[in-house]
Each structure stands twice: as C-alpha cells, then as structure tokens.
Ligand binder design. Structure first.
Ligand SMILES: *Cc1c(COP(=O)(O)O)cnc(C)c1O
Length: 391
C-alpha cells in the first residue's frame, strides 16, 4: 500500500469496540488485571500503552520493519539505541551530525568508553577507512544538517553487511515518505518526530523502527528498562501530525524548490545548498537522491555575501520566523553557527562550511510567493512596501 494511504490511516482500526476513527488517548498509568496471572495485554504505561502502540505499529508499517518504538524526544530515541553497545565499542558517524547527537556522543557516551569517528558519510571510501576491528555500527544521517549532504544508503548498507556492522540511519530530514532506508538494506531508523513526522511544531517526540524481530526485542527491553517513553497525549499528537505527512511534504518540497531557485538567482547570495538543484552549480547529492529517494526534502542552506546580512534576514523577515527546529508547517530561518551547531568543535564547523554567512531555512506550507516576497524585502532592509519586484 502507498505510504500516503498508510499515514492517513494510522490508528484507524484501533478501537473495534466503538469504531472510533482516531485512536483514543489512553491517559492512564496502569491497567486492571482480569484475573490472577492474567493481563489485557497492557499492565503499565511505561511497558505498553494503546495510544503509543498505535503510533509504534504505524512507524513499523511505514518502514517495513518488525517493530517501532516511540520516545519522549529524538535525543531520547538516539540515547536508547546507543545502549545496544558496550564499553570498548566504536561507531563510525556522519561528521556534520545534528549538534545534539554530537554532544550526546562526545560528552556523554565517551564517558562510558564508547568511541566515535566522524567522517563524511557521502564518501564511501572515507567510511571504509574509518572502520576498525572494534567498530560495531555505522550511524548516518540520510540528509545532513545543515549542508544537506546525501549518504548512499544502499552502498553503506552493503559495506555494513560485509563488515558485520549495524547500520543505523537518522532519517529525520527525509522521513519514510521520501526514503525508506530498510528498502536499501539499513537495520534501524531513528527520527526526531518533532520535525516532519509530527510536523506542526507542537510536540517533541522520537521514533525508532527496527527491521529484525530479534534486535527489536532487545530495543524493546531497553525502551522499557530506561523508560524515556512518549506519553499518550504526545503519541496522539504525533499520529495526528503523521496523517498529513504526504500532503505537507509535497507542498513543502514544491515551495523549497521555488525558494531555492529564487535564492540562486539573488545577487547577494553566494551559494545555495538544496539537493533539488540540478545542473551547475546544482548540488553534489542531486543525482544520488533522485535515484534513492522520492524527493529532495524542504531544507535549504545558503550563504549570503556579508555577515551583516545575516542579522538583517533573521530579524527583518516577517512571514518567516527566526526560530530553531524544522519540518513544521511554518517556515523558519536560523543561523546554524550560533543557534544549532554551537556544540560542534569550531575547526570542524569551519571545515564543513558552517560559517558566519550561512543561514538555514526550513520551508513550510505557506504560499511560495509570500515566502519569496518576505525574503526579498528583508534583503532590501526590511522596508516593507518598497517594491520587491525582483521576483
Ligand atoms: C532535532 C533532531 C534530533 C533531535 O531530536 P529532538 O526531538 O529535538 O530530541 C536528532 N536528529 C536530527 C537530524 C534532528 O534534526
């Protein structure tokens, strides 16, 4: 079944007693037992809750995995997965990683003697060279933040199989609507569902899907043991958001394509990173993503020609809001060097191109012309009404 159908119908057949079309919010901590040694299948909400389960089964089905798991945030999901590893284990990781993930790995899990090597995972040779005898997993972002580098999931999965590594994909920027990593050989996917999946900037949540049933059992053990589960209300909000994933992303991508094109023609823009741009200069990941995914996503990074413009764009845009996060229906602009990537070591930031003229846009579902007009007036100094006819 097409993923647009699957997302629209998450939880639809859950309540057979009343026929409710949406899954009810089971706001309960505990469940009564029908008899001694008997269970309804639910005992205690940390171990299992029907609203959360509808979401977990939903993500498992979208991915084609054995099981899904919902967590209190994307970071809680990633932290839980890291507990699959033991002292001395080594992971190879995407270098331009989400800042919070980098902080979790380097400042917390290194204390438990896990080690991490950061490489450009769009370069398969670099990944191969980083693998050591004690390497247990490859952790990649399918589309990176903020520079939108594209990882070849099929090639990396083949390498993982050859070397006996677990392949974990943070697919937050693409979602299963645009890319299903298990179809290309990955083992585990992880999401900040806060972003595109929930999609309305109204809830923080994390999701994991696991392909193999035995590995899924282990992840369930970790989820229940640590307990960073998603509550029933937020599970419901995440389902409610996911139902419109396909229409939101179609619109967001269409808008992103138009905004990226407009930015590439703007005299004060030095460089645009958007994988939907083809030709020259285009984007280095364009062809791979065109082959591997169903679209190019709706994140754009761009460099302006002087630092003074950064503050102007952040503060003078009116339709577009200056805020962190991404993936929601509202268009947001941010300044990665200070706002989202402050925890990345400065030398690495500089090498990656996260500099003092780089801005990031998360394109929403507004009218594309309104977004472009807003950027145009902000480039000109925010003097609303002074002709923005350079569209
Ligand atoms: C936001 C984000 C996370 C962290 O998720 P939270 O829900 O904020 O905890 C992890 N990975 C990526 C790629 C993200 O964008």
């Amino acid at each position: 079944m097409n993923i647009a159908t699957q997302t629209a119908q998450i939880g639809l057949e859950w309540d057979t007693r009343t026929g409710a079309v949406t899954v009810p919010i089971y706001q309960t901590a505990t469940f009564r037992h029908p008899g001694l040694g008997q269970s309804t299948g639910y005992d205690y909400t940390r171990s299992g809750n029907p609203t959360r389960q509808a979401l977990e089964e939903g993500i498992a089905r979208l991915e084609g995995g054995a099981r899904g798991f919902a967590y209190a945030s994307g970071m809680a999901a990633i932290a839980n997965l890291l507990l699959l590893f033991k002292k001395g284990d080594h992971l190879v990781v995407t270098e331009d990683l989400y800042g919070g993930t980098c902080r979790l790995f380097d400042q917390i899990f290194t204390q438990y003697e896990l080690s991490f090597t950061y490489v450009d995972t769009s370069d398969i040779k670099a990944v191969r060279a980083a693998i050591r005898p004690e390497t247990k997993a490859l952790f990649v972002e399918s589309l990176t933040n903020p520079l939108l580098k594209v990882a070849d999931i099929a090639a990396l999965s083949a390498l993982c199989r050859e070397r006996g590594l677990l392949h974990i994909v943070d697919n937050t920027f693409l979602t299963p609507y645009l890319l299903r990593p298990f179809d290309h050989g990955a083992d585990i996917t992880v999401y900040s569902a806060t972003k595109y999946l929930a999609g309305h900037n109204d809830t923080v949540s994390g999701l994991v899907a696991v392909k193999d049933p035995q590995l899924a059992e282990r992840v369930y053990f970790l989820q229940n043991s640590v307990g960073a589960v998603l509550g029933p209300q937020d599970s419901w909000l995440t389902i409610r958001g996911m139902k419109t994933l396909s229409v939101r992303l179609d619109r967001q991508q269409e808008n992103a394509g138009r905004v990226a094109q407009w930015l590439s023609n703007h005299p004060r823009v030095r460089k645009v990173y958007y994988p939907g741009l083809s030709g020259h200069p285009g984007h280095p990941g364009h062809e791979l993503l065109a082959r591997q995914a169903r679209g190019f996503g709706a994140m754009i990074a761009f460099e302006v020609d002087e630092h003074a413009l950064v503050e102007r764009l952040l503060l003078k845009t009116e339709v577009i809001s200056f805020a962190e996060s991404l993936g929601g229906v509202e268009t947001l602009i941010t300044f990665p060097q200070v706002q989202t990537h402050a925890d990345i070591p400065p030398e690495l930031r500089q090498r990656l191109g996260i500099n003092d003229v780089l801005l990031r846009l998360s394109v929403g579902i507004e009218d594309a012309d309104d977004l472009i007009d807003d950027l145009a007036q902000a480039f000109e100094g925010g003097d609303q009404g002074s002709g923005t006819g350079d569209r």
